[in-house]
Design a protein. Structure first.
Length: 552
C-alpha cells in the first residue's frame, strides 16, 4: 500500500534500516551480539550484556509470544483506524527482546497473554512494518519474558550512600505558588509561569532580586508543555541567575527541585526558583483551529509510533495488562484510585473536575485503550506551579515554616526503553522507590500523606506498591473500597484531587500539595497532624521521589 498522511513511519538510519526493510524478503531480522549471541533491540553500537562491539544481524524465525496488549479505542490514523490492537511480543529465540507491534487478523476479545504469534509484514512506502497474527498452531512453542529483576528485589541493586552527610539536609522548600488553572485559558504560557513565580516568591517572603538560580523541566516548549524554559523566563524577568537547569534528562518533572537542592547544597545558589508550566489544553485547541502545528514530523524516531503507539497510555496499558494477568488486578482496582481523587477534588476550589463520581460512572465511561477508560487518564489543562528551594540556614529567617527534604530517590535500575523494561509496574518507579528508603531511617508507616504521580491510575498503583504502602501485587486488596487511601485512611492519597481530577500539573503540583499539607494550610482537605509526606513525579522516563518533613 502507499503511505497515507497521518501514521508516523519510522525514520530510517544506518543503525535501524536493516530492521525496517527486513520484511522485503519475508524475514524478520534482529541485531545480534557475535560474542555472547544475545539479541539486541533497539539496535545499539554495543551489547548491553557483555559490552562487545562485535555486532551483526540475525534472521529469526518470526515466532513470538504475546507478552502484553491493549485495544486502542481513542486514537487513530486513516490507515490505522480504531479499534486496533497494539501489543508487545517476546521473540522466541530471546524473550528479553520485545517488539512493539500490532496484532492483526484476530478477534481482540480472544487474545491472551502467553499465546503464540507469528510475524507478517505490512509494506508501507519504503518500510516493512513487522506485525503479528495468532499462530496457525495454537500449541506452538512459547516463551514469556522473565523479570530482569523481580519487583521485590530492587533494593538489592541500590547503591549505598557514599557517606553519612546528605545533600538533602542543606536545602529546604521555602515558597510555593500556582497560577490560574483551567481547561482552555487561552493565555500565553509565559504569563502563567510568571503568575506562579510571583506567587512563590511572595510566599517565601523574597523578591526577584533574591533569586540567583532557575530550574525547570522539560525546558524548551514541547508540544504545549512549557513556556520556553529558563531562557524565556530570564528574558522576561532579567534575573541574571548564577545557576540554571533545564531539560528532560532529569529525575522527572520534580527533578528541577532535586537539581535545585544540589545547587544550594554546593553553594552555587542561595534561592532557586523552580517552575513547571503546561498549556496543553490551549495548545490542542489552537491545533484544531489551524493556528498551531502538530509536534514532530512525518517520520518517527521511536519504535512505538509506527504501530499507533503514540501515547504513554499505550505502553503503560500493557504494563497494566500484565499486572492484571499476574496479580488478578481489575478495572475496579484502578477505579478506587479515580474515585478517591475525585472525592478529594470536591474539597479543592482550584480543581477542574469536582462533581461526584461513582464506580458505575467510572466503569461506564468511554474506553481509551484497554484497560484504561476516560477516568483513568489525567486532565490536560493550562497552568503553572513554582517552588522555591533555599539554603537551609537562610530558610530559618523566612516567614513560612521551612519544609525539609528527608530523602530523595533517583537511581535508575530498570531499562529505559519503554517496551524492553519492567513488565508489571510503571517503569522507573520500583528503582527510585527503593533508592529513597536507602537514604532515610523513616519507613512507609511514618508517612502521613502521599502525593503520587497519577498521569494514569496505574501510575499511582505502581507507586503505592513500589513505595511499600502495600506489598507487590497486593493493590487489589489494599485499594478495595477505597478506605485505605482516603484522607482518614492508612495513607491519604493525592489530597488535592491529583492529576486525574485537579489537573495535569505533573510532579510540581504534587509537591505543591505536599508542602501545603505539611504547613497545615489545606483547609477542608487537610490531613490531621501531617508531618511527613512523600511526593513522586514521572515514570516511564527517569523519575524522582521526595520524602518531605516538617522541622517539628
Amino acid at each position: 500500500m502507499s503511505a497515507i498522511p497521518g501514521r508516523p513511519l519510522p525514520q530510517l538510519t544506518v543503525q535501524n534500516e536493516f530492521f525496517w526493510t527486513s520484511g522485503a524478503d519475508g524475514q524478520l531480522r534482529i541485531q545480534e551480539c557475535q560474542a555472547c549471541k544475545a539479541l539486541i533491540h533497539p539496535p545499539a553500537p554495543i551489547c548491553r550484556y557483555c559490552r562487545s562491539h562485535d555486532l551483526g544481524v540475525r534472521v529469526v524465525s518470526g515466532r513470538a509470544t504475546l507478552s502484553g496488549f491493549s485495544v486502542n479505542h481513542r486514537f487513530g490514523f486513516p490507515d490505522l483506524p480504531p479499534p486496533y490492537v497494539i501489543a508487545e511480543v517476546a521473540i522466541l529465540e530471546d524473550p528479553r527482546v520485545r517488539l512493539t507491534t500490532n496484532i492483526v487478523d484476530c478477534d481482540a476479545d480472544a487474545l491472551e497473554i502467553g499465546q503464540p504469534v507469528e510475524v507478517a509484514f505490512q509494506h508501507v512506502d519504503d518500510v516493512w512494518l513487522p506485525v503479528f497474527i495468532p499462530a496457525s498452531d495454537p500449541d506452538a512453542e512459547t516463551a514469556l519474558p522473565e523479570d530482569l529483576i523481580p519487583p521485590t528485589d530492587f533494593a538489592k541493586h541500590v547503591r549505598p550512600m557514599l557517606g553519612v552527610e546528605k545533600f538533602e539536609d542543606k536545602a529546604a522548600i521555602t515558597g510555593i505558588g500556582a497560577s490560574r488553572l483551567g481547561r482552555r485559558l487561552m493565555a500565553a504560557p509565559l504569563s502563567l509561569t510568571i503568575e506562579a513565580c510571583e506567587a512563590a516568591v511572595a510566599d517565601a517572603g523574597l523578591t526577584f532580586d533574591d533569586i540567583d538560580g532557575l530550574s525547570t523541566y522539560p525546558g524548551l516548549d514541547i508540544a504545549g508543555m512549557g513556556e520556553g524554559g529558563v531562557s524565556a523566563l530570564e528574558g522576561a524577568l532579567g534575573l541574571r541567575p548564577t545557576w540554571i537547569n533545564g531539560g528532560m534528562d532529569t529525575f522527572g518533572p520534580g527533578g528541577s527541585v532535586i537539581a535545585a537542592m544540589m545547587a544550594v547544597a554546593t553553594g552555587m545558589a542561595r534561592h532557586v526558583l523552580c517552575f513547571r508550566t503546561l498549556w496543553e489544553a490551549t495548545f490542542q485547541q489552537l491545533m484544531k483551529e489551524g493556528k498551531m502545528s502538530p509536534p514532530g514530523g512525518a517520520r518517527a524516531n521511536g519504535w512505538q509510533q509506527p504501530f499507533g503507539g503514540i501515547s504513554a497510555a499505550h505502553t503503560l496499558a500493557q504494563n497494566a495488562s500484565r499486572h492484571f494477568h499476574r496479580y488478578g488486578t481489575t478495572r475496579e482496582t484502578l477505579g478506587w484510585i479515580a474515585l478517591n481523587q475525585r472525592a478529594n477534588a470536591a474539597l479543592n476550589p482550584t480543581a477542574i473536575y469536582r462533581d461526584p463520581m461513582t464506580m458505575d460512572d467510572y466503569l461506564s465511561a468511554r474506553m481509551i485503550t484497554t484497560p484504561f477508560g476516560l477516568y483513568d487518564c489525567d486532565v490536560p489543562c493550562d497552568g503553572a506551579v513554582a517552588v522555591i528551594v533555599s539554603a537551609v540556614d537562610l530558610a530559618r529567617d523566612l516567614p513560612q515554616k521551612p519544609i525539609r527534604v528527608e530523602a530523595v530517590g533517583t537511581q535508575i535500575i530498570e531499562r529505559l526503553d519503554w517496551d524492553q523494561t519492567t513488565l508489571t509496574h510503571e517503569p522507573q518507579v520500583l528503582g527510585q522507590s527503593a533508592h529513597l528508603w536507602s537514604r532515610t531511617s523513616l519507613r512507609p508507616s511514618d508517612v502521613d500523606v502521599a502525593e503520587l504521580y497519577d498521569g494514569f491510575t496505574f501510575n499511582c498503583l505502581s507507586w503505592l506498591e513500589a513505595l511499600g504502602f502495600c506489598g507487590i501485587g497486593e493493590a487489589k486488596d489494599f485499594l478495595d473500597g477505597g478506605h485505605a487511601i482516603a484522607r482518614d485512611g492508612v495513607i491519604p492519597l493525592n489530597t488535592h484531587g491529583g492529576q486525574l481530577s485537579h489537573g495535569r500539573t505533573h510532579g510540581m503540583g504534587l509537591i505543591h500539595e505536599a508542602v501545603t499539607q505539611l504547613r497545615g494550610h489545606a483547609g477542608e482537605r487537610q490531613v490531621a497532624d501531617a508531618k511527613v509526606a512523600v511526593a513522586s513525579s514521572g515514570g516511564l522516563t527517569p523519575s524522582g521521589v521526595l520524602l518531605l518533613r516538617t522541622d517539628d
